[in-house]
Each structure stands twice: as C-alpha cells, then as structure tokens.
Design a protein around this ligand. Structure first.
Ligand SMILES: Nc1ncnc2c1ncn2[C@@H]1O[C@H](COP(=O)(O)OP(=O)(O)OP(=O)(O)O)[C@@H](O)[C@H]1O
Ligand SMILES: CC(=O)N[C@H]1[C@@H]2OC[C@@H](O2)[C@@H](O)[C@@H]1O[C@H](C)C(=O)O
Length: 369
C-alpha cells in the first residue's frame, strides 16, 4: 500500500481545479501523519467556467447543459490528474484513489426536500486516469438529515486541533466557512456567508479582471456604512448553526437588490463587500474566545480582507494556514484526499454537531476504473 491519494477540489469561486498529492502515514504513536507532497492549480478554460456559472442558476434546457458540462468537467479533472502524475513521475497504479469533490451546481439544504448536487462524471474520471475515484461526499450526510456541508471540519480537527489552544480555521473561498477547535469541546463549524464570491462578481462586472488581486481595487474605495449595514441585515447571519449556504442565495441578484436605487461608486462597493465578508465572520464569532485564527482559501491572499479581519479580531494574530505547514490553496483539496482515505479506512467523514446529521457516517461512493 503506497498510502498515496490525490485530492481534487473545484469550489464555488469557479476559478479552477486544485489538486494535491498526499501520503497518509501514521506516527509511532499511531497518529495520522499526512504528508503533502505536491499541489497544482489549473484555471478553468473560460468557456467551461461560464457554463458552470450558468448551471448554478436556473435557466433553459439546463439538464442538457448539465449532461454536456459533466463530461467536459470530468475530462478537465482527468487532464489535470494526468499532468500531475507526469510531473511527479508516478503511474496510476501507485495511487490508492482520487478523492474528488466535483462541482457544486445547486445546494439547497433548506428546500422542502433538501438536496445538494456536485457534478462531474466520476466514472469518466476513473476511466481516463485508470485510478479509482471516491466522490459524492455530501449526499449521505444529507440522507441522515444533515446539511451536507461544511465537511472540512473533520479534517481540520484531524490535522490542526491542539489540546492547549482554541483555534479557529477559516476557509475563505467563494463562500466562507469556519471550524472551531476548542479544547475539550465538540468541534463546531458552519458557513459564515459570502467569502470572495460577491467581490469576484463585482470586479468582473466592472471589467477589471476575475478577482481583486491582493485587494488593490478595494483599497482604492471607502466603506459605505449604510450599504454595509444593509448587507449585514440579511437573516442568514443571525441563524444558529448547523447552517450552510451557497451561490444560490448570496449571488449577483441578492447584491443587486441591496444596491437598488443607490448610486455608489464601484470602488466603494468593492471596499464595502470586502469589509462585509470580514464583518460577517466577526458576527459569527461574536462570543467565541478564540486564541488563534488561521486562514485558508484564496481569500487569504486578499490583503485588505486580512487587514480588516485583523482589525476586527485585535486580540488574536490572524495567520495563514501556511504557518501550520499547509498552504492556503491546498487545505480544501487535502481535505478531499483525506475523505477518500477516510472512506477506505471506514472513518466517518461528517461531524453531526456541524452538519446536523443524525449520526456520523462514512461519506462518499466508489467509482471503479
Ligand atoms: N492574490 C489574491 N488576491 C485576492 N484574492 C485572491 C487572490 N488569489 C485568490 N484570490 C481569491 O480566491 C478565490 C479562489 O479561492 P478558492 O480557490 O479558495 O475558492 P473555492 O475553493 O472555489 O471556493 P469554496 O471554498 O467556496 O468552495 C478567487 O476567486 C479570488 O477571489
Ligand atoms: C455545497 C458546497 O459545495 N459547499 C461548499 C462551499 O464552499 C465553502 C462552503 O460553501 C462549504 O460549505 C463547502 O465547501 C467545503 C469544502 C466544505 O464542505 O467544508
């Protein structure tokens, strides 16, 4: 057994595919020791990104589009894996499995019949790479009454928890989610609300790029307090966990409603959206005596956002997870490599206190090559 797993994540930002290669070993004390060997980030081809974006909202003939896009997505994942294998001089037989998140196109935990959809034809991925794939990680949790998200808290606990410090791990992707690792307490975690998603949308709408690199555009504007208060007035922020959300809710239409009839300068909107993400995280952590805050996900690179967080949490040092040995970009993909490992080891992947599921269960399904 090589202990080698590939993790694939493509998240709500729709920016591309994150891959990691991890070896899951054990220490002499039998503690899990994951070794991150390599990572790769491949942007989506523009057309695929646009089609995926289209699929996250209702539209005409979406079933046909989904069928076509699922195949293209699987081929894009497979190409990424095959490049990654070549780069690492590995053959498919050396990999135990791929843990693949797939692409969320709908997440409706509050529907009358709650459902969540991650697409990508995993049999095609297995066939094109000749590696077995473990995927479809969210639906079993939902089948047991959970939200199906967030799932990374179990992994955060496995590798970042300490008995002597109250740590919070904050992932800022398209949507942001937090894991609270309080010593001697059950792990908690939930989606705090928008991460970079609305900021990405706004700067794209201004024709100024795909995202606000280092927060430079936001830095050119100023916070509009009335808009900030309006954004924060959404009832989602007052909900107690378990809770999760997605692009179906915090999307361009949601923002357009909040901006209605006001003529804010575009840079001020960008600045306010950045503060909004930070402030919504502060609201979520209001009564938590956290001692350390570690950031992962692409938002970790937005300097204005990180400065805002540092201002709002003056008592703790805000750091990237790189200071714990895992680059901000790699944490989520590593979590899905771990979920594949957990599937093989029959380790439950969900935490009922986090997702609201009736019980802890082994997550995922196997797609053989
Ligand atoms: N240098 C940078 N400056 C500012 N923002 C950045 C930078 N690099 C990445 N980002 C932001 O991070 C986003 C990508 O983050 P990430 O890959 O963590 O999201 P995701 O995995 O798609 O989302 P989710 O965690 O919600 O599923 C980009 O869309 C961009 O907004
Ligand atoms: C349904 C879905 O894809 N949710 C994502 C999304 O992106 C961030 C946040 O919303 C989180 O709940 C989740 O991803 C991470 C990997 C999770 O499940 O922990």
């Amino acid at each position: 057994m090589s202990g080698l797993y590939i993790g694939i994540m493509s998240g709500t930002s729709l920016d591309g595919i994150d891959l990691v290669l991890v070896r899951f070993g054990k220490s002499e004390q039998n503690a899990l020791q994951p070794q991150l060997l390599d990572s790769l980030l491949l942007p989506f081809p523009t057309q695929l990104r646009q089609q995926l974006n289209q699929l996250t909202q209702s539209g005409p003939d979406e079933l046909e589009l989904m069928g076509l896009v699922e195949q293209q997505l699987a081929l894009a994942y497979a190409e990424a894996v095959n490049q990654f294998l070549a780069k690492n001089k590995l053959s498919p037989t050396q990999i135990e499995a791929i843990g693949c998140h797939g692409q969320t196109i709908r997440h409706r935990p509050y529907a009358q019949f709650p459902f969540t959809y991650q697409i990508g034809d995993m049999f095609r991925l297995a066939a094109e790479t000749q590696i077995r794939v473990i995927a479809d990680f969210r639906r079993k949790d939902m089948a047991y009454g959970g939200q199906g998200a967030p799932l990374v808290p179990a992994f955060h606990q496995a590798i970042f928890a300490r008995p002597d410090s109250y740590r919070a791990i904050l992932n800022i992707g398209g949507i942001a989610n937090i894991t609270l690792l309080q010593p001697n307490q059950p792990v908690r975690g939930f989606d705090t609300g928008p991460g970079n998603g609305l900021m990405d949308h706004w700067i794209q709408q201004q024709g100024l790029g795909l995202f606000d690199k280092d927060g430079l555009y936001a830095a050119s504007g100023s916070i509009q307090q009335d808009l900030l208060a309006n954004l924060l007035s959404d009832p989602y922020f007052q909900l107690q966990g378990p809770k999760s959300t997605g692009r179906e809710y915090f999307n361009p239409q949601w923002l357009a409603q909040k901006l209605q009839a006001k003529n804010y300068a575009p840079a001020d909107v960008q600045r306010t959206l950045t503060r909004f993400t930070a402030q919504s995280i502060k609201v979520a952590l209001n009564n938590e005596a956290i001692e350390e805050l570690f950031i992962c996900g692409g938002g970790a690179y937005n300097k204005v956002l990180i400065n805002d967080l540092q201002q709002l949490f003056p008592a703790v040092q805000v750091r990237q997870t790189a200071s714990l040995g895992v680059k901000a970009d790699d944490v989520e993909a590593m979590a899905f490599a771990w979920l594949a490992y957990a599937y093989d080891q029959k380790i439950p992947g969900n935490i009922p206190d986090v997702t609201g599921a009736r019980k802890a269960v082994v997550l995922g399904a196997e797609f053989s090559s």
